[in-house]
Design a binder for this molecule. Structure first.
Ligand SMILES: Cc1ncc(COP(=O)(O)O)c(C=O)c1O
Length: 435
């Protein structure tokens, strides 16, 4: 298009200016799950789609009291701009909190973020140039894909087994990348009760992953929103703490208060080598500046005044029961001959359900809305080569009765869909007989 034509196109569009979006953004259509969730607007729908903690676990009275106390003592500090890297009190509280998990950091290793999602955005912006490769699990957290997508990277997907990512495949991929001279910039993993599968990486795989990271000099981004939500079995060391035992420096940890305390605060933190934290702070300076002081104060208050062991124990009992109800309902409605399988997590908020190959869970999602039940179709969770026979189910937010009824509706919907698919296949077969 000539310059003149381009100009007139810009100014004559319905009499308004036409915006020329950045190349990166022209075909970007937003966060796929966000769009699906906006379709679930009928209150009669039982939604197992979201990723929200239960409001029944919110410490409402504690938040009210903390607000009153802190407004009375230093409202001026709450209403002012504050440090970009985070309030000193919260950083100290985070350091003490991490010590409970055998992670030992200093203030220069910590940055407060406006949610875990911002931590992921900063990681992507710090480490990725367009066209760079990064390693992700198959499937992986869709929100991380949305954050990294801003840099237009290439994804190297590594299959996920019941005990975490396939380290043999990872070794092969890293070796191939080294041979071709284009190593991935980092390896992104959610080792504890992963979103979307609920899978927890075994200790052997954690050690193998760290060894590969060191061998190939590729940093690991460990995203840990669900680490405190273990309902049975014993806690495994984080990648960050294992790495520290070997000298440290290979792992950046991304954390959030969303599932620890409440998502409404939008506060999280990132830990890593001082040079990484300091560069991330520079990026944050150009976007949000500081995380709101009120929200930081509430999180600091949560870490320092709540009996965390007792609170987490209460959450464990509550969520474990929800998980038990969901698993029991699945066993009731999906006996083995139906060909439906699912993960059995020891923690977190989700499980991953796989349906027979003839069923596409994207289409099933729309059919399920007619049955007044919702889930997240699995294809949203792949960086490349999406699979269409899985779905993510959340058990933290629906009530136990809703979980039971939701699974019954899902089962009915699947029966109906399979019979339609079956009829279609048979009619195709009979047409083929005569052509
Ligand atoms: C694996 C994972 N990472 C990060 C986040 C982001 O959490 P936040 O609500 O703090 O943005 C989530 C939220 O669901 C998550 O599941």
């Amino acid at each position: 298009m000539s310059d003149g034509a381009e100009k007139s196109k810009r100014s004559n569009y319905h009499g308004r200016l036409e915006y020329t979006f950045a190349r990166n953004m022209r075909d970007y259509e937003g966060y796929s799950i966000g769009k699906l969730l906006s379709l679930i607007n009928d209150p009669k729908i039982i939604s197992m789609a979201g990723g929200m903690p239960s409001p029944e676990m919110f410490l409402q009275e504690q938040l009210r009291q903390a607000t009153r106390r802190r407004f009375d003592s230093h409202i001026h500090r709450i209403m002012q701009y504050s440090s970009i890297r985070g309030e000193g009190e919260l950083i100290e509280a985070v350091i003490a909190f991490l010590q409970r998990d055998d992670i030992h950091v200093r203030p220069e290793n910590v940055m407060i973020t406006s949610s875990g999602q911002q931590g992921l955005d900063l990681v992507g912006r710090l480490l990725l140039d367009p066209g760079d490769a990064l390693v992700v699990e198959r499937p992986t957290f869709a929100g991380a894909l949305a954050a990294f997508q801003m840099q237009r990277p290439d994804y190297l997907g590594i299959e996920l087994a019941a005990d975490g990512l396939d380290v043999v495949q990872l070794r092969q991929v890293l070796s191939d990348c080294q041979a071709s001279g284009s190593p991935p910039k980092f390896i992104y993993v959610v080792p504890d009760f992963q979103n979307p599968t609920g899978i927890c990486m075994s200790l052997a795989k954690r050690e193998a992953l760290l060894a590969l990271s060191r061998l190939y000099h590729i940093p690991i981004i460990e995203d840990s929103p669900y680490r405190t939500l273990r309902y049975c079995g014993s806690q495994l060391p984080s990648l960050f703490s294992l790495d520290q035992q070997q000298g440290g420096g290979s792992v950046v940890g991304v954390y959030t208060f969303s599932k620890l305390f409440c998502p409404g605060m939008r506060v999280g933190f990132t830990i890593g080598p001082p040079e990484v934290i300091s560069k991330m702070t520079n990026i944050k300076e150009g976007s949000t500046l500081n995380t709101p002081p009120y929200n930081q104060e509430m999180c600091a208050d949560f870490l320092t005044t709540v009996d965390l062991d007792a609170y987490f124990q209460r959450c464990h009992v509550y969520y474990q029961e929800k998980l038990r109800v969901l698993l029991e309902a699945l066993e009731t409605h999906f006996p083995p001959e139906r060909g439906v399988t699912w993960t059995r997590p020891d923690g977190g908020l989700f499980l991953w359900l796989s349906v027979p190959e003839t069923v596409n869970t994207q289409s099933l999602f729309h059919a399920a809305l007619g049955f007044k039940v919702a889930f997240v179709p699995g294809d949203a969770f792949y960086g490349e080569h999406p699979e269409y026979r899985h779905m993510r189910l959340n058990f933290s937010c629906p009530s136990s009765d809703q979980l039971k009824e939701g699974v019954r509706r899902l089962s009915d919907c699947l029966v109906r869909t399979e019979s339609v698919v079956d009829r279609l296949q048979r009619s195709r077969w009979s047409i083929n007989q005569y052509t």
